[in-house]
Design a protein around this ligand. Structure first.
Ligand code: SF4
Length: 157
């Protein structure tokens, strides 16, 4: 099938019909299956300051290296290292946590979104998110990912 760029650009996504979301602080997205909790170099510095810890100690104790930089470490059962009956770093949590559930991986298909909706009781309640706001978050997350990929490994410490 021939690809039509105009058609791709104007393609309609399910979230164009607006989504309500407000976090209930249930912790479901901070626990469960293991995954990656991406954290940028700048976010590492802010977190280290918040925890009053030197960056190298924070990196060694609470982070783990991934292909594009670092992820927050998890316990063996997949629980985030900073979750204990609530997020212990909530004011400085990484961008990836702040934009949940509006992750690219979950916005690219209704099927993935439905899976997230079953897990997250905040979806369908509270604040109305416009398509512009959702697209803006997706765009920012792509920018962050690209900037992390561009970073030379030495700068990630
Ligand atoms: S699963 Fe949803 S409601 Fe629960 S903490 Fe995560 S974002 Fe908030």
């Amino acid at each position: 099938m021939k690809c039509n760029p105009d058609e791709q650009y104007h393609r309609r996504y399910f979230f164009y019909f607006l989504i309500h979301f407000e976090c209930r602080r249930c912790g479901a997205c901070c626990t469960g299956d293991p995954g990656i909790i991406r954290i940028s170099g700048q976010e590492i510095k802010v977190l280290a300051e918040f925890l009053k810890m030197p960056v190298p100690d924070l990196t060694r104790i609470h982070l783990r290296p991934i292909a594009t930089g670092f992820s927050i470490a998890e316990e063996a059962d997949g629980t985030c290292r900073f979750y204990d009956q609530g997020c212990r770093i909530y004011p400085v949590r990484p961008f990836q946590c702040r934009i949940y559930p509006f992750w690219f991986s979950q916005m690219r298909s209704l099927r993935q979104w439905e899976k997230a909706r079953c897990q997250c009781p905040g979806i369908g309640n509270g604040i109305l998110y416009s398509r512009e706001r959702i697209l803006d978050m997706l765009s920012q997350s792509m920018d962050q990912l690209e900037s992390m990929e561009d970073q030379p490994p030495a700068d990630r410490k």
